[in-house]
Design a protein around this ligand. Structure first.
Ligand SMILES: Cc1cc2nc3c(=O)[nH]c(=O)nc-3n(C[C@H](O)[C@H](O)[C@H](O)COP(=O)(O)O)c2cc1C
Length: 268
């Protein structure tokens, strides 16, 4: 838990190829300013484009052997360390063709292991998306799911329309939203409580549980076994809504039975 006047370390991942010119960056800078008005903050911006990571080659060594076996670990490892050390994360991406940028998607591909072996419990996150017109929900949902799967509690989201940013009235609205996000973000970081998982988080846990159970002889399997997660209802002991707990358990049981019997069907 951070004390109210401790300086908070926030790591920002910017998925726009336009780096400092991007509205994604400029929008997050507004959140930074609003946070700075409340409490000292250290913001570090990682511009994904400048990392020059090649496309993930899908070798899955991060899942079977460990993340350090990734052919691009020399680039990814230091970023992973920064993410680990940060108090909180902000993930921002523009909307390209009604989806997340290829740049950001490729970047998070490298953190598949973090999804399989999550560690960021208690870390808070904010996600942002920028479009000239529309497509925010798909990107905000994807970034939120990604940060959640890594273990973070996503406390706020902000979608902005770059075509409107030159209009004073719209900019004023963005400032108000950023102010609200800054307050919530700081409050949640300082409180340091584990977020209560929602039904979709429980279902994601169960899906990973079923998958990891079938990955014998991998680092994933050992990781889950050491933490007794194969017998758990969620990663942490955060409070769970009893109805959501019951539903997730029931559906997971059905899913496991289906997989065991081999009666799954191709998707149509
Ligand atoms: C390849 C490409 C695809 C785009 N697709 C969309 C889109 O689907 N919807 C939309 O509203 N804007 C779209 N845009 C516009 C961008 O979202 C807009 O320029 C935004 O400001 C980019 O974010 P940035 O300023 O952070 O780089 C697209 C831009 C590019 C370059």
């Amino acid at each position: 838990m951070a004390a109210p006047m401790d300086s908070l370390n926030i790591l920002v991942l910017v998925g726009s190829p336009r780096n400092e010119e991007s509205w994604t960056y400029k929008g997050i800078r507004i959140i930074e300013e609003k946070m700075r008005e409340i409490q000292p903050v250290n913001f570090e911006y990682i511009f994904v484009q400048r990392l020059n990571v090649p496309f993930c080659d899908g070798c899955l060594k991060c899942i079977s052997v460990g993340e350090t076996a990734c052919p691009d670990y020399a680039t990814i490892g230091p970023i992973a360390e920064k993410m680990k050390k940060a108090d909180s994360l902000i993930l921002g991406s523009p909307i390209h063709t009604f989806n997340i940028t290829g740049l950001m998607k490729n970047f998070v591909e490298y953190f598949m292991y973090q999804r399989n072996r999550p560690t960021f419990f208690g870390k808070k996150a904010v996600v942002t998306a920028t479009a000239s017109g529309g497509g925010h929900t798909v990107v905000l949902d994807f970034l939120e799911q990604t940060a959640n799967a890594w273990g973070c509690d996503v406390v706020s989201r902000m979608g902005i329309s770059s075509a409107q940013m030159h209009k004073p009235h719209y900019l004023e609205e963005v400032n108000l939203v950023a102010e609200e996000i800054a307050k919530t973000f700081i409050e949640k970081i300082n409180k340091g409580e584990l977020g209560s998982p929602k039904f979709r988080h429980l279902m994601n846990f169960r899906a990973m549980q079923n998958m990891s159970r079938n990955q014998k002889d991998t680092i994933n399997f050992r990781y889950w076994e050491e933490r007794n997660w194969f017998d758990a209802e969620y990663y942490t002991d955060a409070r769970i809504n009893p109805f959501a707990r019951m539903m997730a358990g029931y559906i997971a049981h059905k899913m496991r039975k289906g997989v065991r019997k081999g009666n799954q069907k191709p998707y149509r």
